[in-house]
Structures are given as C-alpha cells and as structure tokens.
Design a binder for this molecule. Structure first.
Ligand code: SF4
Ligand code: SF4
Length: 181
C-alpha cells in the first residue's frame, strides 16, 4: 500500500514503487482501515492521487504489511503488470482452502484478457492452480464476487463447490481462509 513512495522507505531492489498505483487503497481488496470498511466502490478516504494522505500515521495492518506480488523484490511479474495498469492485484502464493494458489483480484469489474492469459501461462508453467475473480454489479453498484478456478479438473471442481456453498460478497485482504503466504 504505497510503501515506497516516501523517503521513509528504502527503494525496492528492482526500483519498483507503488505510485502511481494505488489499487489496494481503492477498495479492490477489502479491509478495515481506521474504522472505514474499504471495499469495491468504497475506497479508503485517506487515498489521494499523490499517495496516502496519512502516510506517516497509516496503520500497521493492512497498510504497512500488505504487499502485492508485483512489488516484491524478486517478482516474476513483468513491469506492465503493475496492478493499476494490468487490471489485477496478484498474489502468487496464497493459502486457499488446503493448498497454495495464485490469486488474482480484478481492479475494476473483470481481469483483462492479456493479464489473465499471462497468469494462466504462469500457472501452467509452475504447476500452481489459479483462483481469480469477477465482480458482480447490480444497478451500477458492486455487490459481490464470482470465483473461478484454473488448474486440474479436481481443483476446478473444488472451486466450483466452494463458490456454490459460500456467499462471496467481498475479497478481504487478510481473512482466515485466504491469506498471503
Ligand atoms: S496494489 Fe501493489 S503496487 Fe499497487 S499500491 Fe498496492 S502494493 Fe502497491
Ligand atoms: S490509510 Fe493510506 S495506505 Fe492505508 S489504505 Fe488508506 S490510503 Fe492506503
């Protein structure tokens, strides 16, 4: 969450920095931030075009702890896949159900084809299943998420079962079942 946009932070090894991306402050991942429930259509009220408006006072969780897989030093994601450009916030190693998966959440209604194709190729090459999402809109408002699985048939079946069993109204940054690993 806009960590390296300040002299308070050491530059990342590959020289990447969040800004101008602010995707994880815009509600595309939901989280509670200082009493505000951030979710799709409800960005963090402290998010400004130039960065976090309360940068030095931003909370530890999620703001200082969350880091997407594009930003990490050894990221295999190419430059063009910065979340605000490629349309997805990606975590390449998420614990989901009982296994490690790639997780991709759209920045907007859906993940663009180019990004999804790259993620599927990566999933195939690394034999790691992919979980990705689309947003449901009702009367112009974001009202939920659909979850999809890409991987072996048994994995896709499991994702379909989970999605049918549980209401999916949002994607939290850190929830019991879906945590960055
Ligand atoms: S989504 Fe990633 S690159 Fe974008 S602001 Fe958040 S941590 Fe930074
Ligand atoms: S407090 Fe700052 S870093 Fe945290 S979500 Fe809001 S804008 Fe982003």
């Amino acid at each position: 969450m806009k960590r390296p946009n300040s002299t308070q932070d050491a530059p990342r090894a590959r020289g990447r920095q969040c800004l101008p991306c602010t995707a994880c402050c815009q509600g595309w991942l939901s989280a509670d931030v200082l009493g505000h429930h951030m979710r799709a259509g409800h960005p963090c009220p402290h998010s400004k075009p130039e960065g976090c408006g309360i940068y030095s006072e931003r909370p530890q969780v999620p703001c200082r702890t969350f880091i997407c897989s594009w930003l990490v030093d050894d990221s295999p994601l190419p430059d063009w896949m910065r979340p605000d450009s490629c349309g997805a916030i990606v975590l390449l190693s998420m614990r989901w159900d009982d296994e490690y998966v790639i997780s991709a959440v759209p920045v907007g209604p859906t993940i663009p084809d180019r990004t999804l194709t790259w993620l599927k190729d990566y999933a195939r090459q690394h034999r790691r299943p992919l979980v990705f999402y689309e947003r449901i809109r009702t009367d112009g408002r974001y009202t939920g998420l659909k979850r999809f699985g890409f991987g072996p048939p048994a994995f896709r079946d499991k994702v379909a079962r989970h999605s049918a069993d549980s209401g999916l109204d949002e994607m939290r940054l850190f929830s019991a079942g879906e945590t960055p690993a």
